[in-house]
Design a protein around this ligand. Structure first.
Ligand code: AMP
Ligand code: MG
Length: 404
């Protein structure tokens, strides 16, 4: 082992360095069919008001509130999409259906349940209020109003609004194209039988899932050997079409850890060691052409925790999202948490509700090789560096992965 030349950087400082140097990607137009999960790149305004016409909220009769308590002659019908083309005058009404246009002259709608029809005449209640039971023009959205904002994640409601305001296509940020590579002579493809000293390449599948879930388009490069020349050609080839490179393994200070010197030769290493547990050897570099490279540690938990702390926020920035971090919540420790001197630690926990509190329970051994500590975890509890045990009952901040 040789000592690392890289300074140990505070975890928050490393996270800021990564975000500062991560670019926001360009835009493309997509049809609504392909908009789900994308991030809007421009504000979207309504071309006109919604509703665009006074629209009945019920089935009933459109009339003048001044005619309350009388019997009115029914002139015709206004159904959804088939307006009545006359006017309602004193002593008359038009039958109306939900979504139908309230005819000219009418200022209120009465529900069919509150009326009595006799042939062509309808008896209406004695108390009527103008403006009742229909939606006024522009009640939901005014013409020109910005209905969606740049930086919004497009989900079902946002896409529905785009459609309702007449936008068949939206301008969204490009998805980050990420080349994903595992490194290590010990790795074999999952499913083939490992020989002596070999293990399945599990990080590839874990990181592929994490990257896709975070919105990336992933090119899986495969397993690069622990040999400088071969690693270099894997990396340079995979970077041709990628915005970002994510590697796992090969970033600690053993003699087979070749990723840092390689990234150093291809660009600038900004983060080479972090005061973080797990994830001390996390490496971040910028490469020619505005590309970014994330060298994640090989231990399965370390690679996924550093993904959450550094890579996910960067992918969110690339996609133009406003909120870069996962939500955090204060939680009550259900166990005594032992901090690590000098390093911020993310401990894996499950959460349960107790009254108004969320109580965090440890997932057991927090060894960075033990991926079971992360499987089923609801949150990463942030334990600040220190030497004092945080007693059960202490309120700490947790990065929420999924709520129970
Ligand atoms: P490294 O960071 O390369 O020193 O690897 C640290 C530990 O993580 C070693 O025990 C490796 O065998 C293991 N490891 C590295 N890459 C992977 C991978 N892709 N899948 C599973 N374990 C890995
Ligand atoms: Mg290795």
């Amino acid at each position: 082992m040789r000592a690392s030349a890289y300074p140990l950087i505070d975890a928050d400082e490393a996270a800021s360095l990564v975000l500062e140097r991560t670019p926001v990607l360009g835009t493309e137009r997509v049809t609504l069919e392909h908009a789900a999960g994308r991030v809007l790149a421009e504000d979207v305004a309504a071309t006109g008001p919604l509703p665009a016409f006074p629209s009945s909220a019920v089935d009933g009769y459109a009339l003048r509130a001044a005619d309350a308590g009388t019997t009115l002659r029914v002139l015709g019908e206004s159904a959804a999409g088939r307006p009545f083309d006359g006017s309602v005058t004193a002593g008359t009404a038009a039958r109306i259906l939900t979504g139908g246009v309230v005819p000219d002259g009418a200022d209120t709608v009465v529900m069919v349940e509150d009326t009595r029809l006799d042939g062509n005449h309808v008896k209406v209640p004695a108390e009527l209020v103008a403006g009742a039971n229909f939606h006024q023009v522009g009640a939901d959205v005014t013409g020109g109003q910005t209905v969606l904002h740049a930086g919004m994640h497009l989900g079902a409601a946002e896409i529905g609004i785009a459609a309702a305001t007449g936008h068949a296509q939206l301008t969204v940020r490009r998805r980050p194209r990420v080349a994903l590579m595992s490194t290590g002579d010990e790795l074999v493809e999952v499913g083939s039988t490992p020989g002596p000293g070999q293990i399945p390449d599990s990080n590839r599948w874990a990181l592929l899932a994490a990257l896709r879930e975070a919105g990336a388009e992933v090119e899986v490069v495969g397993i690069a050997p622990d040999e400088a020349g071969a690693l270099r050609s894997f990396v340079t080839r995979s970077l041709e079409k990628a915005d970002a490179l994510v590697t796992s393994g090969g970033v600690s200070v053993g003699t087979h850890d070749l990723v840092k010197p390689l990234l150093e030769s291809l660009g600038t290493v900004h983060v080479g060691r972090v005061k973080l547990k797990p994830g001390k050897p996390f490496t971040f570099a910028t490469l020619d052409g505005g590309k970014v490279a994330f060298g994640l540690p090989g231990f399965p938990v370390s690679s996924l925790v550093t993904f959450e702390v550094f890579v996910r926020p960067a992918l969110r920035k690339m996609q133009g999202l406003v909120h870069l971090q996962r939500p955090t919540l204060p939680v009550r420790l259900g166990y005594d948490a032992r901090p690590t001197a000098e390093r911020t630690e993310y401990q894996r926990v499950t959460l349960r509700r107790e009254g108004h509190d969320l109580v965090a329970e440890t997932t057991g051994s927090q060894s960075s090789s033990r991926l079971l500590s992360l499987a089923g975890a609801h949150a990463l509890v942030r334990v600040p560096a220190g030497d004092q045990i945080l007693k059960a009952g202490t309120i700490v901040e947790a990065m929420v992965l999924s709520l129970p």
